[in-house]
Design a binder for this molecule. Sequence first.
Ligand code: TYM
Length: 329
Amino acid sequence: KKSLFSGMQATGTLQLGNYLGALRNWVEFEDEYECFYCVVDMHSITVRQNPAELRKKARALLTLYIAAGLDPEKNCIYYQSHVPAHAELSWILNCFTYMGELSRMTQYKDKAAKHAENINAGLFTYPVLMAADILLFQSDIVPVGDDQKQHIELTRDIAQRFNNLYGEVFTIPEPYIKKTGARIMSLQEPTKKMSKSDENPNASIFLLDDTDTIIRKFKKAVTDSDNEIRHSKDKPGISNLIEIYTIASGKTIAETEKEFEGKGYGEFKMAVGEAVAAMLKPIQDRFEELSKDKAYIDQIIKNNGEKAQYFANKTLRKVQKKVGFPERI
Ligand code: TYM
């Protein structure tokens, strides 16, 4: 069976981009692939976190994976920090990654600019830990949004370099990026991607926002001044809303343009808000329900953590042997 790995940071409530660009697509792989979906709490501490908050958010994220439709019997849903092999492989891969490569990562450059007071070594080697995540599970594909493409290219380079030296150890992963939804833009600055850490609360729709909040934020969304609902490069705000609407409603871009021909932005924004709220409502209800069942979630954390550990250790032992670490007696 082929395998697949993906993960998300537990640094805040998921926003609509996380859902449309990644999580929504994850549910379709469970029969064809051995799937590993991780809560990457080790990546989260590259920026300062409140410990109690981080613990809470990590658990909420894991619960949200299930609420969004991932069956924990068919998908291995677990915490990165519960599987030490991530850190162990990451160290080894650090020794096969160049400073120059890491300096070119755009996410690093953005984060370093934003957190100038705390440019720590973990922030710099963040992509190496990500490579370890992916390569530990011999992943064939990695379903992500557009912003993770550069990291996956680096992962491929590291894997190729290692294989050239030691033989076929790692599967070379392919990014899996859907055309629609791969880059959802901010509602307030539609030339910038939607992000959990945006200071303006109106810029992002959060997965647990209630219907009124969702509609209010869409009503306030920044658009251009002509009043035509048309998907076009020079209309980033409206194009973003059209894209969101097509996914939430299941209609095509052409159908959407036709549906709102001659209608105003106000009416369209209302329709987008309602469609998104309707799409998220069942996930929110299920999240509520699951959050109450502590024993059920605990048991998933335990069982899946052990399963991930088993798979990860197989790759790790192979790698340790290749680089020349002494055998275990
Ligand atoms: P993170 O937590 O920032 O985002 C999680 C997923 O959501 C996607 N995404 C978006 N998609 C569309 N539009 C947006 N505006 C948008 N914002 C975020 C991301 O592309 C991602 O798929 N480094 C990763 C986490 C990670 C990982 C991994 C992912 C750690 N190890 C191994 C894949 C494989 C991150 O910070 O994602």
